[in-house]
Design a protein around this ligand. Structure first.
Ligand code: NDP
Length: 482
């Protein structure tokens, strides 16, 4: 069994203990044993990053751009192999996993360009004879804490801008899926960046994550994960004066209006509700459907769901892989019981299933699940399940649909299926979400534009695209007497 160490100060560093990384499609398959670091590893990684910062932050943009470009090139060249690893450890299908790796590669390429484009401003002073320059500078050592559902793309979209703008990094990936993060760390390490600029510390969130958040020499924390953990991190960061950025949960609405193209509405609802096993923060879990189209939509969606083949993430023909873990499966199934107890009607799925290939492999397979006749106040419509579970709310018209869509503590992504330009335009303006989709699934976004939400979904500056510089730099205003 291969063992994978932490990367601290440019050295692969053994930990006191290791934990198995298990394939959720086949519980007899252990991918490897990954380091379980401790608080002392965080101390060493932050010390290395702090020592590396003065040289890296002034190293010049060409060196940083070249390093990021090299990393992106290797990721893209190896996307089939890295996608295989990702599918094996996280359970999304091979095409989804390869797509995610491709996205990670493109993100590094994008930020290789972004570090060349960082600019400032020169403005006149209100006082004659004085010049004013506004520039952006790196912030220092940043701690990056990432979730299990995008094991390479989310680390990539935090690491690439952090390094591009001259910061040093300590990454703490999700404990469930350390394999993709380790592979990415290996690529970054071999790109030739100086020791200490990038460090990887694997291990439990309550140990590694908390040690990072509480470390006095960490200037900023970027976190993606659950709302509960995020709120605690924000409070700790505010208390110690750290910059903080949170991307958290969602309960994303997908509106389907009477005038929608039925096939298109069904397809995009199925895609964003159930693909990636519904384990996307941008998944549609509330389908808000107007009266006239409701019966036809439900019938067509049930028929479409019946075609979804659930099974081994890497098997040919699989549309939906397993749930990521036993704990997540238990959570998903518990929401099935909660919804039934609240009076929602189960229209599809709701239970574990066997792998569609008939291989007999034991995995965390669950059928795509649909509830109908649900009410806005039910827990199934208020709380994030984070599995292949969607519920349908029937409404009379667009106005009620919009009010229902916005009636949530979250605000990440929101979609509308309609052929009405008037309603599409109104929805883009009045949806209380950070990302709005017209006739597109709520999940599935570009890598070169801002990503993030409102209300309980996000906190702090946006991630990705040009907007990433807001978090990963600090502004300086310099005055010069001419
Ligand atoms: P968690 O919040 O459980 O974990 C996220 C990360 O935080 C993990 O690395 C975890 O470590 C770490 N962590 C756990 N406890 C602490 C702590 N006390 N202090 C510091 N770090 C800690 O989320 P999941 O990994 O379960 O991811 C699923 C969640 O992520 C969903 O709610 C989903 O909506 C959200 N998400 C949001 C996205 C967005 O951009 N809005 C994108 C993707 C997911 P460990 O793994 O060791 O527990």
């Amino acid at each position: 069994m291969s063992r994978y160490d932490n990367l601290i100060n440019g050295q692969w560093t053994a930990a006191d203990s290791y934990s198995p990384n298990t394939n959720p499609s086949d519980l007899s398959d252990v991918i490897g044993e990954y380091a379980q670091g401790g608080a002392s590893d965080v101390q060493a990684a932050v010390a290395a990053a702090t020592a590396a910062f003065p040289a890296w932050s002034t190293s010049g943009i060409q060196a940083r751009s070249d390093a990021l470009d090299k990393i992106g090139t290797e990721i893209l060249a190896r996307k089939a192999e890295l996608g295989e690893l990702l599918a094996r450890e996280e359970g999304k299908t091979l095409p989804e996993a390869i797509g995610e790796v491709g996205r990670a590669g493109q993100i590094f390429k994008f930020f290789a360009g972004e570090c060349l484009r960082l600019s400032g401003e020169t403005v006149p002073s209100v006082r004659p004879g004085i010049g004013v320059e506004i520039t952006r500078e790196p912030i220092g050592v940043v701690g990056l804490i990432t979730p299990w559902n995008f094991p390479i793309a989310i680390p990539a979209w935090k690491i690439a801008p952090a390094l591009a703008f001259g910061n040093c990094v300590v990454l703490k990936p999700a404990d469930l899926v350390p394999g993709s993060a380790w592979a990415l760390a290996d690529i970054i390490h071999r790109s030739g960046i100086p020791a200490g600029v990038f460090n990887l510390v694997m291990g439990p969130g309550r140990v590694i994550g908390e040690a990072l958040v509480n470390h006095a020499d960490v200037a900023a924390i970027s976190f993606t994960g659950s709302t509960g953990v995020g709120r605690g991190i924000a409070a700790a960061c505010v208390a110690s004066g750290k910059k903080v950025q949170l991307e958290m949960g969602g309960k994303n609405p997908q509106i389907v209006l009477d005038d929608a193209d039925l096939n298109q509405a069904v397809e995009l609802s199925a895609q964003s509700g159930f693909y990636s096993t519904g384990q996307r923060c941008t998944a549609s879990s509330r389908l808000i459907v107007t009266d006239k189209i409701y019966p036809a939509f439900i019938e067509a969606l049930q028929a479409r769901m019946a075609q979804i083949k659930v099974g081994d993430a890497r098997a040919a023909g699989t549309d939906m892989g397993p749930v990521v873990s036993q704990a997540q499966l238990e959570q998903d199934l518990s929401y099935v019981e909660i919804a039934k107890a609240e009076g929602a009607r189960l229209a599809a799925g709701g239970a574990r299933v066997a792998c569609h290939t008939g291989s007999g492999k034991q995995g965390y397979y669950m059928a795509p699940t649909l509830f109908v006749d649900t009410e806005a106040g039910m827990r199934i419509n208020r709380e994030e399940v984070f599995g292949p579970v969607a519920s349908v709310i029937r409404v009379k018209d667009y106005e009620e649909a919009l009010a229902m869509a916005n009636d949530t503590p979250f605000g990440l992504s929101a979609g509308i299926a309609t052929t009405s330009l008037k309603h599409a335009t109104h929805f883009k303006r009045h949806s209380q979400a950070g990302m709005v989709m017209v006739n597109l699934p709520t999940a599935g976004v570009d890598y070169h534009v801002p990503f993030g939400g409102r209300k309980g979904s996000s906190y702090g500056p946006r991630e990705q695209g040009r907007y990433a510089q807001e978090f990963y730099t600090t502004v300086k205003t310099a005055y010069t007497l001419a």
